[in-house]
Design a protein around this ligand. Structure first.
Ligand SMILES: Nc1ncnc2c1ncn2[C@@H]1O[C@H](COP(=O)(O)OP(=O)(O)O)[C@@H](O)[C@H]1O
Ligand SMILES: [Mg+2]
Length: 469
């Protein structure tokens, strides 16, 4: 019982149903019994009045003894009772009492009842034993009166078994219906309880499967109530978990791939050097190539570490008021120094200082990535310009290039981890594909947004929108 919610609910519901049904049927039974006795009492009272009147007619000499006895027989037949009309007074009552004292067959309460009648009151026993009739009876008694004078008593014995038989028939019907209601109700409760419990059980087994790494079907939802909402929330959570799991697997696959490529070429070079296959004059060139690969590994691991820090939320921004135009000018100047052979025109729009409350190191990291990308994806002779402005308490930074551009369908994807448009491995476009993801995360930590778009004349524009403070 303690282990099953189903059983708990079922027992409570069924218990409530059973007590309601039992109480109602007992009430019906009691009410009906009372009603039956009341009816009998009224019938006998009516009969008593008629006997009294007929007796009056007899005493007035209006009818004879024959008429009297047939009348009383008829009244008795109709009322289903044996009727005795007795004339007596206080003296004859004491005589009767004396006679009855010797008679072991006499009814116990007879003398007492007769004296009540003599006082002008009626009696009613819903159950009495009549020795004369040798059965249980309903006994009613009325004073026999003429005007205000009490002449004696009328006693009426109605056999009890007729009344009780009716009552039992009625009880049988009531309890039969109650039993039926109980059975139907129990079946309905069973169904209801099952319906309530099923999604909970489904979710419980789904959680177990989920925990062991299995992919599970969504739990069916067919109600709008709390359990339905829970099931919906559960399905949503399950979807999120499988998405996260997918992303994690993809991430690991990507990282391993990115690490393997430079390691493989470094190994190849080292093997060549060790085997002496590489000529003396080519050694330096190979070492430089290896240096490149090591730098790539270095950048990649740095980016992965940044990503991990940004995602775990352990990174806190160290904000201060800085002139972002100065930050942009410094960044572009530093990148210019790294251009080498490449012929590109790079400039930052001149203008007022644009002060904002940001983490300057992190914003510099974003700019390095955006301008670095522009340099990487813009052929010789291209133009890169960086602009910055302040409007409505928002700082807008943009980086434009005249480079190869980004296909329309790729625009929403380039901010995803490891996403690169060119997957051919062209060394000119080399990189991990993490840069823009890191940039977006940093911008979002500043409660800003970043987007990319085409320029009409070709090339790409990246726009960063940040709150001023
Ligand atoms: N200025 C740009 N012009 C053309 N393509 C770009 C530009 N900036 C980014 N991309 C595309 O977006 C991809 C993701 O950029 P990023 O996340 O910085 O990774 P990475 O620079 O390591 O390749 C790049 O591989 C490139 O395909
Ligand atoms: Mg990049």
């Amino acid at each position: 019982m303690g282990k099953s919610l189903f059983l708990k609910l079922f027992v409570v519901y069924a218990g409530v149903l059973a007590s309601v049904v039992v109480v109602i049927s007992l009430m019906l039974s009691v009410l009906y019994t009372q009603r039956m006795y009341e009816e009998k009492r009224q019938a006998l009272t009516g009969a008593g009045t008629m006997v009294n009147r007929t007796m009056g007619e007899y005493l007035d000499g209006l009818i004879g003894m024959d008429r009297l006895s047939t009348s009383i027989d008829m009244i008795g037949y109709i009322a289903d009772a044996r009727i005795y009309a007795i004339r007596y007074d206080a003296i004859s009552l004491s005589e009767i009492a004396k006679q009855l004292a010797d008679d072991s067959q006499a009814d116990a309460t007879l003398v007492e009842d007769l004296s009540v009648l003599l006082n002008g009151s009626s009696i009613f026993h819903s159950r009495a034993y009549s020795a004369k009739l040798d059965t249980d009876v309903v006994l009613a008694g009325f004073p026999l009166t003429r005007g205000t004078e009490v002449l004696g008593g009328i006693l009426m014995y109605a056999p009890l078994d007729r009344v009780t038989r009716d009552i039992w028939q009625m009880n049988l019907v009531v309890f039969g219906i109650a039993l039926g209601a109980l059975m139907v109700g129990t079946l309905m409760i069973l169904q209801l309880t099952r319906r309530i419990i099923r999604p909970i059980r489904d979710m419980q087994s789904a959680v177990v499967r989920l925990a062991s790494g299995e992919v599970t079907d969504p739990v069916p939802v067919n109600t709008q109530d709390e359990i339905g909402r829970l099931a919906r929330a559960f399905n949503h959570m399950q979807e999120q978990i499988s998405k996260t799991e997918e992303v994690r697997r993809g991430f690991i696959a990507n990282v391993s791939h990115e690490l393997r490529t430079p390691l493989t070429s470094i190994r190849g070079f080292l093997q060549g050097l060790l085997d002496g296959v590489i000529k003396q004059e080519a050694v330096r060139e190979h070492l430089l190539l290896m240096m490149d690969e090591v730098m790539r590994l270095n950048n990649l691991t740095g980016e992965i570490l940044d990503l991990a820090k940004l995602q775990s939320g352990t990174l806190t921004l160290v904000k201060e008021r800085v002139d972002l135009r100065m930050v942009a000018v410094d960044t572009v100047a530093a990148l210019k120094g790294l251009l080498g052979e490449k012929r590109l025109a790079m400039s930052v729009e001149s203008g007022e200082p644009v002060c904002a409350y940001v983490d300057p190191d992190r914003i510099r990291q974003v700019l390095i990535n955006l301008v670095g990308n522009a340099v990487k994806f813009t052929p010789d002779g291209g133009v890169i310009d960086v602009g910055i402005s302040l409007k409505d308490a928002r700082v807008v930074l943009w980086v434009r290039d005249t480079g190869i551009g980004i296909p329309e369908e790729e625009l929403p994807l380039i901010f995803d981890k490891f996403h690169r448009v060119d997957k051919s491995g062209n060394p000119a476009y080399g990189g991990s594909g993490l840069g823009l993801n890191i940039a977006r995360t940093i911008v979002e930590l500043h409660r800003g947004s970043i987007s990319a778009s085409h320029l009409p004349k070709g090339g790409t524009e990246f726009t960063v929108d940040l709150p001023e403070s």
